[in-house]
Design a protein around this ligand. Structure first.
Ligand code: UDH
Ligand code: NGS
Length: 287
């Protein structure tokens, strides 16, 4: 019988590939946000397994994918602390070779979630040869670790059953919250639009880019795809964008002229915490 288990001690010292199904998953998880947590608490808990910048790779096998987790961010450290506390251990159990990139919008101009995610894609690739990109809101924590943070044959929507929507997908084409695209898939759609300032629509624009480029949205089932959202009020400088619905009628014509190909920004600072890489950027409102 062929030996299919990955063996650390292969001839020449080379590690075997990790199994397709990670063996140490727990399934459904208990998650709560009442406990006060500090970044130092989380460093003490998961830090010993990480490299600076929130980097990890399994020690016993070669990960199947190199995954950059990109979080669009401004002024949400309390949420980030919960996220790091819960999600690092999940990603470790999933045996990913991964890094966490928090893309922090500098200043108090209108927030631009999608542009920050484009910036995360570019900045992560400068650092390492990632082949998969998971884009995650900072307030969404998976409550089932079988929801693998990796890429598939088609762009994948991971946050399909969120508690705030009573664990039901609100509409069929939704692509917000947490999503995963391979490098190839992301390049094929020219990334996200850079021109959605304020709340709403940027994820629907991506959903349309995906279908215009003849791809589909793949999803886990609604048990595996469960999430808890950290409750919060609307942030300042992120009011609903009054142009968002009109803009969605223009996606088809804008794919090639608005996205990675036209991305313009200035990196203000890159700081390595043990738990994440913080990239603070000026995202050029005129761009
Ligand atoms: N984000 C920040 N800082 C901001 C705005 C947004 O970090 O100031 C990021 C963060 O990752 C967040 C994501 O962008 O998870 C999406 O923004 P959001 O949480 O504002 O979007 P959501 O649709 O909430 O979750 C909209 C406001 C709902 C108000 C409900 C009041 N009861
Ligand atoms: C849609 C928004 C999306 C948003 C989704 C869920 O209406 O950007 O609601 O939002 N599209 C438009 O506004 C065009 S949520 O309830 O999670 O805040 O992701």
């Amino acid at each position: 019988r062929p030996n299919t288990t990955p063996t650390p001690g292969r001839p020449g010292g080379a590690l075997g590939p990790c199994p397709d199904g990670p063996p140490n998953l727990l399934g459904s998880l208990y998650v709560e946000f009442r406990t006060n947590r500090t970044l130092q608490d989380v460093r003490n808990l998961v830090g010993p397994f990480l490299q600076q910048g929130g980097r990890y790779r399994p020690s016993s096998c070669v990960a199947r994918q190199k995954v950059a987790v990109i979080i669009p961010f401004r002024n949400r450290y309390e949420h980030l602390t919960h996220w790091l506390h819960y999600v690092h251990p999940v990603l470790m159990r999933q045996q990913l070779d991964y890094g966490v990139y928090v893309i922090n919008q500098d200043g108090d101009g209108a927030f631009n979630r999608a542009k920050l995610m484009n910036i995360g894609f570019v900045e992560a690739l400068i650092e390492y040869d990632y082949d998969c990109f998971v884009f995650s809101d900072v307030d969404l924590v998976p409550i089932d670790d079988r929801n693998l943070y990796r890429c598939s044959d088609h762009p994948r929507h991971l946050s399909v059953a969120v508690d705030k929507f009573n664990f039901i997908l609100p509409y069929a084409t939704i692509f917000g919250g947490v999503s995963a695209l391979s490098k190839q898939q992301f390049l094929k759609v020219n990334g996200f639009s850079n021109t959605f300032w304020g709340w709403g629509g940027e994820d629907d624009d991506m959903s349309q880019r995906i279908s215009y480029r003849r791809m589909f949205i793949s999803r886990p089932d609604s048990v595996t795809g469960r999430y808890k959202m950290i409750q919060h009020e609307r942030d300042s400088h992120n009011d609903p964008n009054p142009r968002r619905v009109q803009k969605l009628t223009e996606t088809y014509f804008n794919i090639i002229k608005d996205g990675l190909s036209t991305l313009s920004y200035t990196v203000r600072e890159i700081r390595k915490d043990l738990l994440y890489t913080l990239v603070t950027v000026d995202n050029h409102r005129s761009g």
